[in-house]
Design a protein around this ligand. Structure first.
Ligand SMILES: NC(=O)c1ccc[n+]([C@@H]2O[C@H](COP(=O)([O-])OP(=O)(O)OC[C@H]3O[C@@H](n4cnc5c(N)ncnc54)[C@H](OP(=O)(O)O)[C@@H]3O)[C@@H](O)[C@H]2O)c1
Length: 272
């Protein structure tokens, strides 16, 4: 098990939910933190709280990860502070829910930018330093949505399938060079993620009717960081689901997934 005490982690999406819980768990293990998200006030409040409680250095950096070159911009800021990032937690992200044609295209473009482009950009920015030092960890928050298509969350699930595939590929590329890359795959978690989907009825779907707490996911994140494999799924039932879809016809998987996620009929429109 690697010793985390004294290392530095950059955690994106640290202003709430899973990211804030991972930051807290890392701080408790003596890890210095760079907290990234758009909400500067929330980041500063968490940074104050964690630096006081755990005697670690905690820096809040407000950044919009839907912007191009967010990785190189963050790297420049971190270099200016003369800090090396040992652990990169690419966790920021959000989802969209509803029929594909009902979702604003620009909202999904920004979703792709945050969920995919920023993950790649930050890995490009921080991996070279890890390679020079011969050690480092990149934890990317994917989702159990990564293992099959999810109708009514089509772009979100596809973005997480990208994160999963990307993480597994980098894991295999760099595992012999002291770099551990892992995709954390949580099932539904009770965070602002569900509220921002903008449709309370999603809570009634089979997927979101039972949720984990962000603190439980953070414990899984620690196991993923300390583990050796390229993926970490939060729980046996979710692991079983992820495996089972590999043996079923893809059309059946897509249709079953549609049945689990279909929004209720609205304004007389057909939902089938
Ligand atoms: N909740 C679930 O059911 C679930 C399940 C599986 C995977 N996940 C994944 O877990 C990750 C964390 O989500 P969460 O559940 O913790 O939701 P959350 O509480 O809504 O947190 C999302 C985080 O992402 C940040 N973020 C969003 N857009 C951003 C942008 N343009 N630039 C910078 N930061 C941005 C948010 O901060 P600001 O708003 O301050 O920018 C916030 O800190 C996401 O990747 C999500 O896809 C969630």
């Amino acid at each position: 098990m690697q010793v985390l005490n004294g290392k530095t982690a950059l955690v994106t999406g640290a202003s709430s939910g899973i990211g804030a819980a991972i930051a807290k768990e890392l701080a408790a293990q003596g890890v210095h933190l760079i907290l990234v998200a758009r909400s500067r006030d929330k980041l500063e409040q968490l940074a104050n709280e964690l630096s006081k409680s755990y005697a670690v250095r905690c820096i809040a950096v407000a950044a919009d990860l839907s912007s191009p070159n967010c990785g190189s911009n963050l790297l420049a800021q971190v270099k200016a502070m003369d800090i090396d990032v040992d652990i990169l937690v690419n966790n920021a992200g959000y989802g969209t829910y509803g029929r594909f044609d009902s979702i604003a295209p620009e909202h999904e473009q920004a979703e792709i930018a945050v969920n995919i482009a920023a993950v790649v950009d930050l890995a490009h920015a921080f991996l070279p330093g890890m390679l020079l030092r011969g050690s480092g960890t990149i934890l990317n928050t994917a989702s159990t949505a990564a293992f099959q298509p999810v109708p009514y969350m089509a772009v979100y699930a596809a973005s997480k399938a990208f994160v999963l595939s990307f993480s597994e590929a980098l894991w295999a590329e760099y595992r012999d060079q002291g770099i551990h890359v892992v995709a954390l795959c949580p099932s539904a978690v009770d965070t602002g993620f569900i509220d921002q989907l903008g449709d309370e009825s999603v809570r009634k779907t089979a997927t979101f009717s039972s949720t984990l707490l962000p603190e439980q996911v953070a414990i899984h994140a620690m196991k993923a960081i300390h583990g050796k494999g390229p993926t970490h799924i939060t729980g046996f039932k979710s692991w079983l689901m992820a495996q089972s879809v590999r043996f079923a016809p893809r059309s059946l998987v897509a249709r079953s997934s549609a049945d689990m996620m279909r929004p209720p009929v609205q304004n007389g429109a057909s939902s089938s």
